[in-house]
Design a protein around this ligand. Structure first.
Ligand code: NAD
Length: 298
């Protein structure tokens, strides 16, 4: 059995998986692979699947499966798995780091010092204490963000039409109501039809003037041009994002927009998380092999 590691995983994984079969990182061997490991870089499209006649299982190291054509994979009998629970801490910590960095002007202060400037008077900070954080996407990572925000004595509200209540977050009746109450809004949504462009010209009108937006969900959840307009008008005081329409961004208007902090999709990329993902991958492949061995020969 050929296992293709198509994207970046823990260095150890290559060795560990040798117990299950021949492990390769050589993408030209895609057509031989029975199991392919991906993160966000490899796009498992219809064409990719058609070019992989031996493929039986795709494992996405991470959460979002928007880079996999799940419908076509299912038609072809290909099992698609992710390592959903592994990344929660890593992403929640990055989202929180971005939320602290925005009102404290960490990036601008650092850059100005390196440019020989002394912006002591210009850089006016504000505190998180007592402010309201609105969470869009109250799943694993959204909840992780909520718990961290409560430790900083923030009020935490959220909006999620799929859940009835939450122990740690006050649920708002509508998205508009949540946006209207929040000094900070943090996106923790998957990219799907209902979330695509959910932050746009219209919904930005419901934000408090001067609110901050943090996005570690997906780039496609916001309309970039509309967020840039809101930053220029001051409707948004700042935007921090780890996620983009493409990795890396191509001609994104955000790059030159004011009051932004950017990271290159590193939400899941902690050393600890790579280890956790590796363990889950190992377990998934072990289970797959066991199931194959138990299947009666027809
Ligand atoms: P999760 O499935 O636990 O949570 C997603 C939540 O969004 C669920 O509670 C769901 O009910 C809610 N939701 C779905 N559609 C909605 C809608 N239209 N309106 C409001 N809520 C809606 O997933 P998670 O582990 O918390 O991850 C969330 C997302 O974070 C992933 O889907 C992925 O896009 C992103 N992510 C990013 C990185 C990164 O590197 N920056 C890493 C991992 C995950």
């Amino acid at each position: 059995m050929v296992i293709l590691i198509s994207d970046a995983f823990d260095d150890q994984l290559n060795e560990t998986l040798k117990a299950f079969g021949e492990v390769t990182t050589d993408k030209s061997r895609q057509s031989e692979a029975e199991i392919i490991l991906i993160r966000s870089k490899t796009k498992v499209t219809r064409e990719y699947i058609d070019a992989s006649p031996n493929l039986r299982m795709v494992i996405r190291g991470g959460v979002g499966l928007d880079n996999v054509d799940q419908v076509y994979a299912s038609e072809k009998g290909i099992i698609v798995k992710n390592t959903a629970e592994a990344s929660t801490t890593a992403v929640a910590e990055l989202a929180f780091a971005l939320m602290i960095a925005l009102p404290n002007h960490i990036a601008r202060a650092d850059l100005s010092m390196k440019e020989g400037k002394w912006l002591k008077k210009e850089l006016k900070r504000t505190e998180l204490f007592g402010k309201t954080l609105g969470i869009l996407g109250l799943g694993r990572i959204g909840l992780g963000m909520a718990l961290r925000a409560r430790a900083f004595f923030m009020n935490v509200v959220g909006w999620n039409p799929h859940i009835q209540g939450s122990e740690f977050v006050e649920l708002c009746p509508t998205l508009e109501n949540m946006l209207n109450r929040s000094d900070y809004v943090s996106i923790h949504l998957p990219l799907q039809e209902s979330t695509k462009g959910i932050i746009n010209k219209e919904t930005l009108k419901s934000f408090k003037h001067g609110a901050y937006l943090i996005n570690t969900g997906r780039g496609g959840c916001i309309v970039e041009d509309d967020v840039v307009e809101a930053l220029k008008s001051g409707q948004l005081a700042g935007y921090a994002t780890d996620v983009w329409n493409t990795d890396p961004p191509e001609n994104s208007p955000l790059i030159n927009a004011p009051n932004c902090i950017f990271t290159p999709h590193i939400g899941a990329s902690t050393k600890e998380n790579m280890g956790r993902i590796g363990k889950i991958v190992e377990r998934l492949i072990g289970n797959y092999i066991n199931e194959m061995q138990e299947k009666p020969v027809s």
